[in-house]
Design a binder for this molecule. Structure first.
Ligand SMILES: [Zn+2]
Length: 493
């Protein structure tokens, strides 16, 4: 049994001004081809790691094609996407011509990828694969919790498995689930039939944390439904609202065994369960000052502020400065901001060298709403080329790179200025610079939820804030042309 594996994966913000290219894929987690994929991801906590585990469990032969993931950012250029897709499909065709051909395909996708001119790029990938392998070969796809799903994807794939956790810590487990499904399909033990129900809803990010209510109740319910006879898999997707596309929004996908009616009825049941509770998923906005006031009153340190509006992990530019300015205005000490994306300031700090004091203007350059830049007279405390190793639980054991980076300090307010657009999943990169986050009183992170995987264990208190930035959660401020209307909570109540 020969199973092809691979994927082209991106969470695309159509509101970010930057474009995403093949170089961004190479610089992110990297682009891997053929056996490199297995060497890189064996034992790692991503879906492809689970596909590889599946080979050990079931004894199938892995046929690794192409795997690429760029950090969330703006639209992928049409030419660069075309190059990635054609390489992927060429490798698949090549594998088909080899002795034994291909028996099945496991795809590691995100679900919110948008390309210039291709709004539903995930469907485009699956349909491309289907076009090569024909109708008889199973294609099982794993998706992030934040996909904007469509009927096209359901039609082109044989089965779909979405993440059940946020922060995403079950990626390898979902990969193993996909591997189990494809083997059962090939052994003719099951015959999957799928249904999707889309839910016209903006889902507050802070209400998606699967370890906490209300999301925990939903996931417990979904897992209970999965134990019913005939149900193979239930996936809840909360959607990715910073994509102005027709399929934007939450959805439920159900895979049933040989029973289309059961798949459809179950998807409707879950949709109704979520919709009747829609008020519980609404986002509530807290300003930076409100959060700090509440935190000081509570007195549990470190106080962690999650900068939702400028979450680089969701493709935001990462240079909004309201939190930095507030830290300085309030004359806080033992405060750190992770991270501001500002290559100019990194270059200035690098030229000045460690120990130098520089007059600089930090952040606020990508868009007027992100600024204005904050004037600092800062000491360069450390410099880095950006390499570090994730220490988990997310991406445990994988390496990352924040690009050339600098640790600046002014009167007890510390800021790590970086070049790459990636959120802090934990204190690992700050530690490489010499910052001991656990000893600080105030930590701000440009991350909405994933930071919890590395910071929650030592946090005193955590506040979700909506500072001025392009990825505001006040969706009234975003101009959409293509998304569905009406949606809750804007046009629908
Ligand atoms: Zn996600």
């Amino acid at each position: 049994m020969r199973i092809a594996i691979g994927g082209i994966s991106h969470e695309t913000s159509t509101f970010a001004h930057t474009r995403t290219t093949v170089a961004d894929f190479a610089d992110g987690f990297g682009l891997f081809r053929g056996p490199e994929i297995i060497n890189r991801f064996r034992g790692s906590n991503i879906c492809t790691g689970g596909f590889i585990d599946g080979a050990d469990k079931h004894g199938y032969e892995l046929v690794p094609l192409l795997w690429g993931f760029a950090y969330p950012s703006g639209l992928i250029t049409a030419t660069d996407y075309a190059a990635l897709k054609s390489e992927f499909l060429d490798r698949l065709q090549q594998a088909q011509r080899e002795p034994g051909g291909i028996d099945g395909v496991l795809l590691d996708l995100h679900g919110a990828m948008v390309v210039e001119g291709i709004d539903d790029a995930d469907a485009d990938v699956i349909e491309g694969v289907r076009g090569v392998v024909g109708p008889a070969i199973p294609i099982v796809v794993t998706f992030d919790l934040h996909g904007n799903h469509s009927a096209r994807r359901i039609a082109a794939a044989s089965a779909i498995v979405g993440f059940d956790t946020y922060p995403h810590v079950d990626m390898a487990e979902r990969g193993r689930e996909a591997a189990d499904l494809i083997v059962k399909i090939l052994n003719r033990e099951i015959q999957p039939m799928m249904a999707i129900e889309r839910i016209p809803m903006f889902w507050g990010v802070e209400n998606q944390i699967t370890a906490h209510p209300p999301m925990k109740e939903l996931m417990d319910y979904a897992h209970a439904v999965e134990t019913r006879p005939g149900i193979l898999c239930v996936s809840i997707a909360t959607g990715f609202p910073w994509a102005d596309v027709a399929n934007m929004g939450a959805s439920v996908m159900v895979v049933a065994d040989r029973d289309q009616d059961l798949a459809e009825a179950t998807a409707r049941e879950l949709r109704d369960w979520i919709w009747t509770r829609r008020e519980t998923w609404r986002h509530r906005i807290l300003t930076v000052d409100d959060a700090l006031d509440q935190g000081e009153k509570l007195g549990k340190y470190p106080i962690i502020l999650a900068d939702h509006g400028d979450n680089t992990g969701g493709g935001a530019p990462g240079d909004s400065v309201e939190i930095l300015a507030t830290f300085l205005n309030r004359k806080l000490r033992d405060a750190v901001l992770l991270y501001i994306v500002d290559p100019e300031v990194v270059a200035q700090a690098t030229a000045a060298g460690v120990g130098a004091v520089i007059d600089t203007a930090v952040g606020g350059k990508s868009d007027p709403i992100q600024g204005p830049p904050v004037k600092m007279r800062a000491t360069v405390r450390a410099l880095s080329q950006g390499d570090f190793t994730y220490d988990g639980p997310m991406y445990a054991g994988l390496t990352g790179n924040m690009g050339p980076s600098a640790w600046l300090e002014q009167d007890g307010v510390h800021v790590v200025v970086v070049t790459a657009h990636e959120q802090p999943l934990g204190p690992a990169f700050a530690r490489t610079l010499g910052i001991d986050c656990e000893s600080l009183k105030y930590i701000a992170v440009k991350s909405a939820v994933h930071f919890r995987s590395g910071f929650e264990r030592f946090a005193g208190s955590i506040f979700n804030v909506d500072a001025r930035a392009t990825h505001t959660h006040d969706f009234r401020d975003l101009t959409y042309h293509k998304r569905p209307r009406p949606m809750f909570p804007l046009e629908l109540t």
